[in-house]
Ligand binder design. Structure first.
Ligand code: ADP
Length: 595
């Protein structure tokens, strides 16, 4: 529907109301005035008729018709009034304007009928005798016995009053038209007074909508419009504050995001980029300003990262993955993905955080290579030292007691050094294998692996008079690298034996769950204080270094276990109570690792 201006909606209504008011007033005024005129005329003619009746009464009583007529003519002429004397039979005996003998019977005239009925009668009509509109008033003239002798009729022409009425009509019409025109102009003014401030407010509201909050609507004398103006002004102030806060927050957020060392990528459910910070642009090799609202596939060219983002979008739990971005130069990144939620906690996409760990990985490789190289370099001299010392310790030499003691110390320390080097080499092998462990994974019978680990520790356990038991479903087959899991179990069993008093028990319990296998190594040993549990799997972390050393520990056993478990995408937990014992639980997934 075509919208009209309020001005054109209001104005015709106002005009119509004004026109109706003016017509009603004009009509009423005209009506009242003409009534007033006729009333005055009536009174006038009544007075003339009464006075004439008194004048003519004696003559009528005498019955001299010629005199009656002469009196009618004489007085009629002097007061400019037509007088007629009508007898009860309707004959006219005197008339100021005509010869009574020539006049027709007046018995049927309305005013005569009323007069002969005893009352004054009045009528307005066209006089065929005088050829003009006339007003007639007849009053009865009675004798002593109240009998109507005749009707005395006075008549006045309507011409003057009609002329007066015409003039008055013209004046009323002119006044009405003028008043109408004036009213129309006033209406235009009144409507303008309503619509102009509204238009001003409309313009102001548009400026507010365009973000110009400096504009203010001036106060208005009309209370409602003034209140509206005040409300709009305060709404603008409020909007200004809100918009400023939002801009400030956005700038702060942008500043925070762009100063971050990590790349941040927000993706909506339709895989469009909501936000990308500067560092993410650098990592992905794109301009972060141009990527907004673009499809993730158009911006992120790396297939493995695209797959990770898709996985993060469909996953309800946080994801973390190390990815290589193939390009020049090749980048190593650590990607974390979490669900992005709105204020109503509904998922609206995913938040991806990218950390460029190329340098870190490079340093790790350098460190790992260094340790591997040093270990390799040390391995040969230590082996030969150990070999020669063992030769010197043989019975053939006949050493003095002191030399024998020294040689034993050298042998013991060389043995320790050899163990450390072995463990270090194992760790660096594990670190290197980490990526390509998948190829070495085979379906393996877990009971066999545990049994073989127990066998390897049996001598040490027997030395300490410790029994090692195991509970494991016989046919439990899991996808693992058997020798590595065996080594992890050996390390845990050796620790359980080492850190227990003689005569205690060690139990290994393996259980199959829905999607994983747990292997628990429980001992009744010294236990570990809670404060050490977090750092237990760090390299060379030992609770009591002296005791560990005495017992032949390297401080690397648990670190190796952790690496082996992680290489299988599993996890390890420890629970321990001082004086009661410890339980190390390995969890391994039943599904074969995909990457
Ligand atoms: P270590 O060669 O010294 O045994 P590990 O890495 O194997 O090195 O263990 C780290 C430290 O954890 C040990 O020095 C020891 O103090 C503690 N620990 C490991 N296993 C046990 C256990 N079963 N009971 C008590 N303490 C343990």
């Amino acid at each position: 529907m075509k919208k009209k201006h309020l001005f054109w909606l209001l104005l015709p209504t106002y005009w119509l109301l004004m026109a109706i008011a003016i017509v009603v007033i004009a009509f009423y005024a005209f009506h009242s005035m003409s009534n007033l005129y006729f009333q005055a005329l009536e009174n006038d003619i009544r007075t003339r008729a009464t006075l004439f009746a008194e004048e003519v009464a004696p003559v009528i009583r005498e019955g001299d018709e010629a005199q009656i007529d002469a009196l009618c003519k004489r007085i009629g002429e002097s007061v400019q009034t037509r007088f007629t004397i009508i007898m009860p039979d309707g004959t006219v005996t005197g008339d100021s304007s005509e010869d009574p003998d020539m006049m027709e019977n007046h018995r049927a005239r309305p005013e005569a009928i009323a007069a002969f009925g005893g009352d004054a009668g009045m009528d307005r009509r066209y006089s065929r005798t005088l050829k003009q509109e006339m007003i007639y008033l007849a009053i009865p003239l009675k004798d002593e016995s109240n009998r109507v002798l005749c009707a005395v009729r006075a008549a006045l022409p309507m011409t003057s009053i009609q002329a007066e009425l015409h003039t008055m009509t013209r004046r009323v019409l002119t006044a009405s038209v003028l008043a109408g025109l004036l009213a129309m102009l006033i209406c235009v003014g009144v409507v303008r007074r309503i619509t102009t401030p509204l238009r001003g407010m409309d313009l102001a509201a548009r400026r507010f909508a365009e973000g110009d909050f400096t504009h203010r609507i001036p106060p208005h004398p009309a209370l409602e419009l003034d209140q509206l103006a005040t409300s709009l002004n305060s709404m603008s102030e409020q909007l200004n504050k809100t918009v400023s806060t939002v801009i400030e927050q956005r700038n702060e957020q942008n500043a925070v995001l762009s100063s971050m060392d990590e790349g941040v990528l927000a993706i909506d459910r339709r895989e469009r980029i909501i936000h990308m910070n500067r560092v993410a642009g650098i990592i992905l090799g794109v301009n972060h300003h141009d990527s907004k609202r673009q499809l993730m596939q158009h911006v992120v060219r790396f297939v493995n990262l695209q797959e990770f983002i898709k996985a993060a979008l469909s996953s309800q739990s946080p994801l973390k993955r190390d990815l290589s971005l193939i390009g020049t130069p090749q980048k190593q990144i650590q990607a974390s993905g979490t669900v992005l939620r709105n204020a109503d906690e509904e998922s609206i996409g995913a938040l991806i955080v990218l950390r460029d760990v190329t340098q870190l990985r490079h340093l790790e490789t350098v460190r790992s290579d260094f340790i591997a190289n040093v270990s390799h370099e040390l391995k040969t001299p230590i082996t030969s030292i150990k070999g020669f010392v063992e030769t010197l310790l043989s019975d053939d030499w006949n050493h003095s007691e002191d030399i024998l003691r020294f040689l034993n110390i050298i042998n013991q320390q060389a043995g320790r050094l050899n163990s450390i080097i072995d463990d270090l080499l194992t760790l660096s092998r594990l670190e290197r294998k980490n990526g390509c462990l998948r190829e070495t994974i085979r379906p393996t019978n877990l009971a066999t692996v545990i049994n073989s680990a127990i066998d390897l520790c049996q001598i040490k356990a027997s030395e300490n008079n410790i029994t090692v038991d195991m509970v494991c479903p016989e046919n439990l087959i899991i996808p693992v690298n058997g020798p590595l899991i065996e080594q992890a179990l050996v390390n845990l069993i050796v620790n359980a034996v080492k850190y227990s008093e003689t005569g205690k028990k060690v139990k290994i319990i393996a259980e199959e769950h829905l999607d994983k296998v747990t292997i628990e190594v429980r001992d009744q040993g010294f236990g570990i204080e809670n404060k050490h549990l977090d750092r237990l799997f760090e390299r060379f972390y030992r609770i009591d270094a002296a005791r560990s050393r005495t017992l032949g520990g390297t401080g690397l056993g648990l670190s190796i276990v952790k690496h082996i478990v992680q290489a299988h995408r599993g996890s390890i937990q420890v629970e321990s109570t001082v004086g009661i014992g410890s339980a190390f639980t390995i969890q391994l997934p039943l599904a074969e690792p995909t990457e």
